[in-house]
Design a protein around this ligand. Sequence first.
Ligand code: AMP
Length: 289
Amino acid sequence: MSELLVCPDPISASEWCLQQRQAGQSIGLVPTMGALHEGHLTLVDQAVAENDVCVVSIFVNPLQFNDARDFDAYPRDIKDDCRMLAERGCDMVFTGTLQQFFPGADTVEDINLLEPGPYAEGLEGEHRAGHFAGVRTIVDRLFTTTQPDRAYFGEKDFQQTLVVKDLAQHLGFPEIRVCPIQREDNGLAMSSRNQRLTVEQRQQAGGIYQALLAAQQSWQTGERQPDRLQDVMLRILKDHPLEIEYAGVRDPEQWTAQVPTGSMQRAQALIAARIGDVRLIDNLRLHGD
Ligand code: AMP
C-alpha cells in the first residue's frame, strides 16, 4: 500500500502540487464529494495509471446543492475514504472548508458564481437551479489549486462532463478524461446516495437502467425519433415506484436545452428520478461508435 498524504486545506494541497510539478511529476486530479464507492475508485485507478501522482479532492460542495436537506443528508466518511484511497494507490487527498476554498466568503451568498455555460441548459440545469454554476465554480477552484495535467470525471454525471470540458477549454487545461459508469448487479448506477436506499428501493431503482436499455434496443432496431425514444423509457418507468423528473434524449455533440426535433444521428438517453427522498440520475449512449 502506498503512503497517502492527507492535506487538511487547499493551501497545503496547492503547495504539495507545486512541488510535484517542479519535480517534473504529472498530476491527475479526481474531484469527489467523498463517501467513496467503486465508481469513484475506478476514476482513481485510471488517474494512478496515467499520471506520476494521483490527487483526490473531497469536498461536499454546498454551491451545487439546490436542496438544503439533500446537502445535510449527504453521506460523509472521510476516514473510510482515506483507507480506500490508500489501498488504490492515491498519493494525496485534500479537503477544506468553504471559507478555505473561497477566502473572504463567510456564506455561500458571498461567493461570485461563474456562468455555467451552454451545456448547463436543460435537464439537470432545469431541474436543479444553480447546480451547474456551483459545479463550475468549485471545479475551476480545484483546477487552479492543483493545476493538474489531467482531471477525471464519471460519465454517470453526463451533463457535468460537458460543463467541465467547456471550462477546461476556456482555461486551456487540464485534459478531461471521462470514465465509464460503474453499476450494481441490477444495473443501478453506483452513487453515494444509494447508501440511503433500502434493499427493496435498490431493486426498484434498477428500473432506471432497464428503461435506458429499452431505449437502446429501440435505437438498435432503427428508432430515431426523440419523442418515441422517450416514450419507450416512460413505458418501462411507469411500472416502477419512481417519481420521474425527466426521461429524455439529447444529441451529445449538439446539446440543446429542449428535446431535439426530427430524426437523430446520435443520442444519449438521460433519466432523473426520485425514490423516497433520494434523487438518482443515470444515462446511456444509444448510438454505436
Ligand atoms: P461525486 O462524489 O458524486 O461528486 O462524484 C465524483 C466523481 O465520480 C464524478 O465525476 C462522478 O461522475 C464520478 N462517479 C460517481 N458515480 C460514478 C459511477 N457509478 N461510475 C463512474 N463514475 C462515477
